[in-house]
Design a protein around this ligand. Structure first.
Ligand code: NAD
Length: 311
């Protein structure tokens, strides 16, 4: 039993996730700084709140889905933030699903664990926080088939699981606070590199006279096979139903990939980890954005490498 759920951040992803919670029968209240985003929910009879603090005071569980680390800091620790009502909180569970750096996730989680639960006789009991970023994108948010990567106390993960599974198809426990965020940015770093590797190799193949469709068949039964080659191929016409086959529309925007690579590079720097590829691939994806393709799917990096026509 989750009681009242407060959802903060009703953008492309959050609006669909909150909708799935409403459709699953949960009692949900919402907040966004964008009044138009809130109005869509108000029109359906979903209560709206003016500030994150108002959400916290009315909710047993708070979920947030915000653009980046600074927004998450503002929503939790700002002057009208979730944690601004004093050390005693009503929500026993806070779940941040935004893609942010693990350091920010850990900082907010530590602040939450210094609080106590309102109206709980056991004053040692603290509210619990999870970082639970997602993979799957807008279509999966809409269909309720997201995958959550979850960091925080295992007890909180187990308690949150049914809620996560009404917005997604799976949830993976990654360990202590910040590890969900770490998993997400590491996944996207590997993805950015593999997409670029597949694109460069398929472009070279075409320049050497082998069709991308033929080379893809080879990759997919050889050691180069990966998600970028067999599920999300970057060359137009090789696969149906992927962004490359619809002029790179409707996928994972290049500018979001640049944002995630920035998080990976900044986190690597902070812990002194070598990150030569993060630096190099960020340059390539940033170039695409500068050339006006920031809203195109990141697989359009192929076009940056190959301007010929596959016959
Ligand atoms: P979005 O920009 O569409 O939505 C963010 C929402 O947060 C907006 O409605 C905005 O008004 C609201 N907001 C911003 N600051 C706020 C504040 N201080 N208080 C209240 N509301 C505030 O972003 P999105 O596409 O929904 O992505 C959300 C997160 O999910 C990002 O971290 C993104 O990297 C991640 N993500 C996105 C995708 C995708 O395909 N879009 C996929 C996986 C993960």
């Amino acid at each position: 039993e989750f009681g009242s759920i407060g959802f903060i951040g009703l953008g492309n992803m959050g609006s669909r996730m909150a909708n799935n919670l409403v459709n699953a029968g949960y009692r949900v209240a919402v907040h966004d700084i964008n009044h138009d985003a809130m109005k869509i929910f108000a029109d359906k009879g979903v209560p709206t709140k003016d500030t994150p603090l108002d959400v916290a005071e009315a909710s047993d569980v708070v979920i947030s889905m915000l653009p980046s680390s600074s927004h998450v800091s503002e929503v939790y620790t700002g002057s009208k933030g979730v944690l601004h009502g004093g050390k005693s909180l009503r929500p026993w569970l806070l779940i941040d699903c935004s893609t942010i750096d693990p350091q920010t996730s850990r900082r907010v989680s530590a602040l939450v664990s210094n609080c106590t639960l309102k109206e709980n006789k056991d004053t040692t009991k603290a509210p619990m926080m999870l970082d639970a970023p997602v993979s799957g994108g807008v279509p999966a948010a809409e269909a309720g088939t997201l995958t959550f990567m979850v960091g925080g106390e295992e007890e909180a993960y187990l308690a949150a699981k049914p809620l996560l599974l009404s917005m997604g198809k799976s949830a993976v426990y990654c360990g202590s606070a910040g590890n969900g965020s770490a998993a997400k940015i590491c996944n996207n770093l590997a993805l950015a590199v593999s997409m670029l590797g597949v694109s460069e190799a398929l472009a070279l193949g075409q320049s050497l006279g082998i069709k991308a469709s033929v080379l893809t068949r080879i990759f997919n039964s050889s050691s180069a096979r990966c998600w970028s080659s067999d599920a999300y191929n970057p060359v137009p016409g090789v696969m149906d139903g992927v962004p490359s086959s619809r002029n790179y529309e409707g996928g994972f925007a290049s500018k979001l990939m640049v944002k995630d690579l920035g998080l990976a590079a900044a986190s690597a720097k902070e812990v002194g980890a070598r990150h030569p590829l993060a630096t190099q691939v960020t340059e390539m994806y940033s170039k695409i954005c500068e050339e006006g393709h920031e809203m195109k799917d990141f697989s359009c990096v192929f076009r940056y490498l190959y301007s010929g026509v596959d016959e």
